[in-house]
Design a protein around this ligand. Structure first.
Ligand code: ZN
Length: 376
């Protein structure tokens, strides 16, 4: 019997945000190739699933009907004039041919992951095309059209499950936080580069939720150049105690890999080892797990990071040398990595000290503000 599920579709090749856009669809195919080359797509105990597009009614459980109508109107690649009012148009959220089909497929994959886990068919599922955490009910934001993470959490809630959301993308998981800001049955935790420095400009410790939801939104802002040596202890001081106190039935994890030190859009400095370690901790703490992808704009990191994550989710140890079949394929994209893991990188002492001071202060503030609310 399968205990894990990997959700993947080749249909992504049909879509393209545009030549100048940092979100390259190739990253999904390349990730699949690396998983395949390592033998991770034929693991005993791991089922493969092809997602179906989510029906409109399922998306309408969260997104506003007028916004859905606009996405449908944009599906031919030609935006009506009013599209800009919904965040659609040149820039972050381009209108490309099939934009609505693409959004439905992302949503379908994450809802499938949620269903498989909620029905007890598997304990852990990974949909690496998902995790588009910025979209809100009435508009697109930050390369995200439909918030598949919100839809997956809602699906789990419909099964009566208590959900913790842990988001390790370099950007604040603002859309997911907003959707459950007043809800004490969904704990959202996001670690990210500080809002003064990076889109979307939110995710401060003081954003703790509202009404009955006070205490159930948790944010740990990080300083530029935060590396694994600073990140992992900070993660450890914040995330496990909160999860232990909240006692979720299921954890939804957003595993954006744009906190990596070579990511072109952000300024954090994690390596693949640190990312994989964080995924391992989340996996250990999750009674059941719905893992989603997220950001990541250096193709090589995306393939290596999510392959390492899928190995962790299955308890498989991988040899560090990248398989020759993948290395060959990656060369077509101008990529030359030979190892799954990164070389150590030097960070100047004065920078490391400043980063440690900032992150340490944020950790203290989180613990002082939120822990008493959970009787920790
Ligand atoms: Zn991101």
């Amino acid at each position: 019997m399968a205990t894990t599920a990997l959700i993947h579709s080749d249909d992504w090749r049909r879509f393209d945000y545009g030549a100048q856009h940092p979100l390259r669809m190739e990253r999904l195919g390349l990730t699949w190739r690396l998983m395949e080359s390592y033998g991770l797509t034929t693991l005993p105990g791991a089922a493969l699933h092809r997602p179906e597009s989510a029906p409109e009614a399922a998306i309408a459980r969260y997104h506003h009907p007028e916004y859905i109508e606009m996405l449908k109107a944009c599906n031919n690649g030609m935006p009506p004039r009013a599209a800009a009012m919904f965040g659609l148009g040149p820039g972050d959220n381009p209108v490309f041919r099939g934009v609505w089909d693409c959004a439905r497929l992302v949503a379908g994959g994450s809802m499938l992951a949620a269903d498989l886990v909620a029905r007890g068919e598997v304990t852990r599922a990974f949909h690496f095309a998902g995790g588009l955490h910025h979209a809100v009910d009435q508009r697109a934001s930050g390369f995200c059209y439909v918030n598949d993470a919100v839809l997956a959490i809602m699906r789990l809630r419909e099964h009566g499950l208590r959900v913790a959301y842990v988001d390790i993308d370099a950007h604040h998981g603002d859309g997911v936080q907003a959707a459950f800001y007043g809800n004490p049955n969904v704990l959202t935790i996001s670690t990210h580069e500080r809002g003064e420095r990076l889109f979307p400009g939110t995710g401060f410790v003081r954003e703790v939720g509202e009404g009955d939801g006070v205490g159930y939104s948790v944010n740990l802002p990080l300083e530029a150049y935060t590396d694994s040596a600073v990140y992992l202890p900070a993660f450890e001081e914040v995330v496990p105690p909160l999860l232990e106190a909240f006692k979720p039935d299921v954890v939804v994890a957003q595993l954006g890999i744009d906190a990596h030190r070579t990511d072109p859009l952000t300024h954090l400095a994690l390596d693949i080892q640190g990312f994989a370690k964080a995924v391992q901790r989340i996996t250990e703490m999750a009674p059941r797990l719905v893992a989603l992808g997220g950001g990541g704009y250096d193709l090589e990191n995306v393939a290596r990071g999510w392959t390492a994550a899928w190995a962790v989710i299955n308890g498989v140890e991988l040899p560090s040398a990248l398989p020759p079949a993948y290395v060959e394929e990656a060369r077509k994209f101008g990529l030359h990595a030979k190892s799954l893991w990164d070389e150590p990188a030097e960070i100047a002492d004065e920078i490391r000290d400043a980063v440690k001071t900032y992150v340490g202060r944020q950790v203290t503030e989180v613990r002082q503000t939120l822990f008493p609310l959970h009787r920790i």
